[in-house]
Ligand binder design. Structure first.
Ligand SMILES: [Fe+2]
Ligand SMILES: [Fe+2]
Length: 156
């Protein structure tokens, strides 16, 4: 699959999960926990695919502007992973604070996704050939599989 199509598909999955989580109430404690875990797993894999494969290829194909975009995007990943997600995880799902923090997560990620799709991906299509994008997509599929089997191995 083309790298950009693959990443966009992931974005749809995450946005869908975030909307579902936002629609839950304080009573839906188990559903909130399950959705949050799923979002965390999806994000973990998606950011690895971008940071290990897509962003480096984008930077290599481009120049300073592309590096700046990639570095900014990486910082946003870090903010979500290191600050926002850990915060939500220690907030009881039965509280209104949980919903407030989910809203912040959702807004941050929607903004991040929009920037990737509006600025980075069209630029990547200009800089990388169709064949290169296919190859990157294949590498990402391979990495995704190995990350998933790692996660299973850890859980077992
Ligand atoms: Fe990203
Ligand atoms: Fe992304």
């Amino acid at each position: 699959m083309n790298a950009i199509e693959l990443l966009k598909k992931d974005h749809e999955t995450v946005k869908d999960l975030l909307s579902k989580l936002e629609d839950t109430t304080e009573r839906a404690v188990q559903t909130r926990k399950k959705l949050l875990l799923k979002i965390e797993q999806e994000l973990k894999i998606h950011t690895e695919l971008e940071e290990q494969i897509f962003y480096p290829a984008f930077r290599r194909a481009g120049s300073k502007d592309e590096s700046v975009l990639a570095v900014e995007a990486k910082e946003e990943h870090r903010a979500v992973e290191a600050l926002v997600l850990p915060d939500i995880k220690q907030t009881p799902p039965s509280t209104v604070e949980f919903a407030g923090r989910v809203k912040v997560l959702k807004e941050l990620l929607e903004h991040h996704i929009e920037e990737e799709e509006r600025d980075m991906f069209p630029q990547a299509r200009k800089l990388l050939s169709r064949q290169q994008l296919e190859q990157l997509g294949e590498s990402m599929e391979v990495l995704r599989k190995s990350l998933k089997s790692d996660a299973h191995a850890k859980a077992a």
